[in-house]
Design a protein around this ligand. Sequence first.
Ligand code: SF4
Ligand code: SF4
Length: 254
Amino acid sequence: MLERTGVATSENLKEVTPGKERLSKGPVAIIECFQNIPCNPCYTSCKRGAIKELIDINDRPMVNFDVCNGCGVCISNCPGLAIFVVDESYSEKEALIKMPYEFLPLPKEGSYVTGLNREGKPVCRARVEKVLNTKVHDRTPVVSLVVPKELSMTVRFFSLDDYYSDNTIICRCEEVTLGEIREYIRQGYQTLEEIKRISRCGMGPCQGRTCGQLIMQELASATGKRVSEIKTFESRPPTVPVKLGQFVGGEDNE
Ligand code: SF4
Ligand code: SF4
């Protein structure tokens, strides 16, 4: 499968991914290098000795997850662009992924891009936290992206286009566009609760499951804060209208 499509399968990924407990502890390297090739810069660049010794140069690199501290040095040394550092301890709802990026222009720190999965399909909106471009010996630049935590093992590329435009409906329950939210923020509405009350975002049946996170990203972008610093709004269980007769007269309604 991998040989035919170039896309790692879940079996491939199981071999190179640490357990949930290690992932939750902090940054760790995940080396998605699945073939026996004569290559070793990952091993020689890791001064912590976190990559197990390659007895034969064709051996596949294996990380000792207890030794790796997620510094990311190996990312920019890998000619195969096969190394990622995942940090699930970044915030309650987000993970940070450090990844190689060899295109120009480089993204701007603080901007939003579209996170892509291993097949190149868009899966989320992601914030560019940091761009490291050492320019030493033509090392590959490393971009740190903030993504929803549940996608920490899914996002592996990104596109510079932010696929959310002003016309994108971000609250499907109340049909509110991103442009309307941006206008409210420009007018001075600075909290999720204020935006909920003025726009009705988050008051529909889904109770803000989708729009909440997107509005928080927009507020974070406008105020220069992290998404985790934006206070979420209060969710209440969905209600359905009932007739008063049901309370007083025992009207039978299934
Ligand atoms: S992230 Fe740092 S410590 Fe971990 S394998 Fe790469 S170079 Fe070594
Ligand atoms: S440097 Fe990159 S491509 Fe080469 S063996 Fe290490 S992970 Fe694989």
